[in-house]
Design a protein. Structure first.
Length: 392
């Protein structure tokens, strides 16, 4: 098929190629990233600038997912383009990519938000919210991640993104963060007026995000602690399973806490988010438990997921000898193994004051320094108006 997910193609292909360019300096990677991004541009031809989810790269036709509320675009998808496209504009001198993502950012900044929350669905034609479903996990996650990381990528000079992040976190704290009877802190989902007491494995990235966002906040220790609380809860979801690997989603009710209840939530597909949070918590606190928890996961992966040909997901984390799904996800290589490696490496490897990771764990430089006509020039990655330059 020639139909691609704009989001997945961006974070994996464009992001991966740009990170390879940043790390190696090989222009071929930059040129390939530009070629791929060019093919995604028609998806942004909407009245709001919010892109469609899918594009046929042969015909240029676009559409949204059939299952999305009212023909909506997805919050996590539309909000996870900025790091890649802003950086692409800087290294190529072509401002069109940055213009697209700033238009999205500005639209989302100005739109009215129910209770300060961002619903997961928005119509790209009308700019109206779809179903009022808000989650820090699936469908929402990397939107919030990128608000913070836009500010970091800019060298902490982008106050609009920082304020959007802070306001979003305030709304999440007021409306969604709960503590279970057993003392576990988690982030519930809001669905049309009611709370669902559930946290996705995907949402476990947020512990690391809160710790990362402690820099520049008015109360750094508060957010490091919030990150630690989420890290603890997500580790419990691993520790309470027979395999010591965590389920796709887990719930909090009278019968159980931090455990999957439904059969279709009991699988593990090599996801990285819990280990991602352990990585950030290790970097920010130096507490040995985060390395210990990461090593527990390594041992569980080796025991239950390793095969002759690679690593596989498992269908039920609560079974002593779970059935394998025979799939090695690409994010296992890009994220899971990378965060594990970084947890046990020195901080001098990809230091957080010089690099920011996209949502697929591809590293981009902060305040990118490149050479124009042999002269080093520092250009903030998030310039309000992209400036065309002759990049190296």
């Amino acid at each position: 098929s020639t139909e691609l997910s704009v989001f997945e193609t961006n974070i994996r292909f464009v992001g991966g190629l740009l990170a390879a360019y940043a790390l190696s300096g090989d222009k071929m990677f930059k040129e390939k990233a530009l070629s791929v991004a060019d093919k995604l541009l028609p998806a942004f031809n909407t009245p709001t600038g919010i892109p469609y989810a899918m594009i046929n790269i042969k015909t240029g036709s676009t559409r949204n997912w059939g299952w999305a509320s009212g023909g909506s675009s997805i919050l996590s998808e539309l909000g996870s383009m900025h790091l890649e496209w802003d950086y692409l504009s800087n290294v190529t001198g072509n401002g069109v990519f940055a213009e697209k993502v700033y238009k999205i950012r500005n639209f989302m900044n100005e739109i009215e938000k129910p209770m300060g929350l961002y619903p997961n669905y928005i119509n790209p034609k009308t700019g109206k919210w779809g179903q009022h479903h808000t989650a820090i996990g699936a469908l929402g996650d990397s939107f919030y991640e990128y608000l913070l990381k836009m500010w970091i990528q800019s060298g902490k000079t982008d106050p609009v993104s920082r304020k959007m992040y802070d306001d979003a976190v305030d709304a999440i704290e007021k409306n969604l963060i709960k503590t279970s009877p057993g003392g576990l802190k988690y982030i519930a989902e809001y669905k049309s007026g009611r709370l669902e007491q559930k946290l996705d494995h995907l949402g476990c990235f947020s512990g690391g995000m809160f710790a990362l966002g402690s820099q520049g906040s008015s109360n750094p220790q508060k957010y490091v602690q919030l990150g630690a609380d989420i890290a603890h809860t997500c580790h419990e979801s691993y520790d309470r399973s027979a395999t010591k690997l965590g389920p796709e989603a887990f719930r909090f009710d009278d019968a159980s806490e931090a455990k999957a209840v439904r059969q279709n939530e009991k699988y593990y597909i090599l996801r990285p988010e819990v280990l991602e949070t352990h990585f950030y918590m290790w970097r920010f606190t130096r507490e040995q438990k985060y390395r210990d928890w990461a090593w527990e996961a390594v041992q569980a992966l080796e025991k239950h997921c390793r095969t002759d040909g690679g690593y596989t997901g498992i269908r039920d984390v609560y079974q002593e000898n779970p059935q394998q799904d025979d799939v090695q996800q690409s994010f296992f290589l890009a994220e899971t193994l990378k965060y594990l490696y970084l947890i046990f490496s020195d901080d001098s490897l990809l230091p957080l004051d010089k690099w920011v990771f996209n949502t697929e764990a591809h590293p981009f430089p902060i305040n990118y320094v490149f050479k124009s006509n042999g002269v080093p020039v520092t250009v903030p990655v998030s310039a309000p108006v992209p400036v065309a330059v002759q990049a190296s």
